[in-house]
Every structure is written in C-alpha cells, then in structure tokens.
Design a protein around this ligand. Structure first.
Ligand code: ATP
Ligand code: MN
Length: 261
C-alpha cells in the first residue's frame, strides 16, 4: 500500500514535470491522464529518457523527438541515449470513425469494437506491427521500439534543421534511382501482404542517401475490402510525383510491377 502510494506520488510528479516542460505547454491540455500514464510507463521501461521538442503537430498525432533509454538503445543496437521519435495520438482529436474503417477485414484486429479509445489503441498497435512487417520485408522504415496505449516510440530519422526532410521538399538528384527504390519498396510491402494506403512524397523522408517510408498507421493488409483501391491510389500518387520529376511512368505499369503481374 505504501509502495502504491509512493508510486502514485512519483507519477504525479512526473506528470507535473511534463506539463511544465516548455515543449509540452500547448499539448499538455490535450494530453489526458492516461496519456501521461503511457509516457510514464515508457520512461520506467527504459524506452524514453528525456523529452525533446515537437517535430510535427498533426491532425491526429503529434511527433516529438526524445532521448531513448537503455531499452531503446538495445532495440536500436546503439550506444547510450539514442534519439527516438515519440508519436502521441490524441484520443479526443482522432477521427476514430475513419480509423475504424482501416481496421476492417484485418485478421490481426478481429473483434475490436467501436469504442474510441480501443480503436486508437488498436491503431497504434497496428502501426507498430506494420513497421515490423515492412522492416522484415526489406523496406526501410523507422525501427519500431515500443508501443504503449496511444504512444509509439521509434527510431528518429532524417532530422535536418529540426525535422525530417520529405521527398516532396528536396531536389531529387536522380529521379530514376529514387523511383526504382520506391517501387521496389511498394513491391516488397505488397509481397508481405501490406498496402501503405497513404503513400506519397509526403510520407517518404530522406535519411542521408536513404529513402525511408513513414506513417504506416493506416496501412492495411491485402484482406482489407478496399486494399485494391488504396493500392491504386498509392500507385497514382507515386507515379504522379515521378512524372513531375520528368519520368515517363504510368500508374498501371507501376501497379503491375508492384503486384508482380
Ligand atoms: P501528417 O498528417 O502530417 O502526415 P501523421 O499524423 O500522419 O502526420 P507522420 O506522417 O507519421 O504522422 O509524422 C508526421 C511528421 O513527423 C513526418 O512528416 C515527419 O516530419 C515526422 N516524423 C514522423 N516519424 C518520424 C521519425 N521516425 N523520424 C523523424 N521524423 C519523423
Ligand atoms: Mn504523414
């Protein structure tokens, strides 16, 4: 009992410290207690050591930089305190009706009801599992480190002047090579039974010379009733981007390459 009380006290101190930290001033109001609880657990478990600043504030999630703890160092096979990205989904801001649709037909998430916080939690676990699966298939993605409730911790990549450079924002030196890499990523994802579902020059970042695919929360398995539409849309987005880079790329040819047809 005394232990429980002292744990409670530690937790409130942690919460106050985060709430006071400059980088959380704005967001603290939208972080609910359970989110603080999840961050606290991630610190306790050695995934996060210290919080850095915000990298991105999106509609549904905010991404922060942080220093990882010993568990993160192990996961990344890195020396002490590697940099990590912490993606925090805001349960209340999430358009969970939209999210729910992306869980349909996914055998990994059978039986998830429509309770808002259950849907968001399943979504974050799905993003983590998708990163794992993409990585196993040979697609360069941020290494997933930990997931806790509505918070995902992963490898931080491509930070230049405070945030990652998107393919959309750089001068593509060699569009032929970049296209070959992206289309091979798409083919590998598809062979692994995944469709990204929001693939475009905005969800591919540059890490040095490497192209890295991010934002796999909405990625669905090929069992999803709309997976074909999502794949066609991904092909269209990617092909259009590379057409603008001067390549003669047809949506259908890309689709055929990706599906091996
Ligand atoms: P958006 O609606 O802007 O696409 P999102 O909620 O879908 O945001 P992401 O696309 O996963 O979230 O991440 C938003 C931004 O945060 C990215 O564009 C990128 O700048 C940054 N980011 C995300 N993950 C990482 C990472 N692992 N390393 C470095 N930066 C990252
Ligand atoms: Mn994104």
């Amino acid at each position: 009992d005394r232990i429980a009380r002292s744990r409670d006290r530690e937790f409130s101190q942690f919460r106050e410290r985060i709430k006071d930290a400059d980088q959380f001033k704005v967001e603290a109001s939208v972080f609910d207690d359970a989110t603080f609880g999840a961050l606290y657990k991630l610190v306790q478990d050695g995934h996060i050591d210290a919080f850095g600043g915000p990298i991105s504030t999106g509609k549904e999630a905010n991404v922060y930089s942080a220093l990882g703890g010993s568990a993160a160092a192990d996961a990344l096979d890195a020396a002490d305190s590697p940099e990590v990205a912490v993606k925090v989904y805001r349960i209340n801001a999430s358009d969970f009706r939209d999210m729910r649709g992306y869980l349909d037909g996914d055998p990994r998430f059978d039986g998830i009801g429509s309770n808002k916080s259950d849907v968001v939690k399943a979504w974050v676990r799905k993003e983590f599992a998708n990163l794992r699966r993409a990585q196993a298939a040979g697609v360069r993605v941020p290494e997933p480190i930990a997931v806790e409730r509505n918070v995902l911790v992963m490898e931080l990549l491509g930070i230049d002047e405070g945030r990652a450079k998107r393919l959309a924002e750089v001068h593509v030196e060699n569009p032929e090579t970049a296209f070959e890499v992206v289309r091979e990523y798409m083919r590998r994802l598809h062979s692994a039974g995944l469709v990204h579902g929001d693939l475009s020059e905005y969800n591919i970042i540059l890490h040095g010379e490497e192209l890295v695919v991010i934002d796999l929360g909405q990625a669905v398995t090929v069992h999803h009733p709309n997976s074909r539409d999502f794949l066609e849309r991904d092909c269209h987005n990617v092909a259009s981007f590379f057409r603008r880079q001067g390549l003669a790329v047809e949506d259908d040819d890309l689709l055929a390459f990706v599906t091996g047809g």
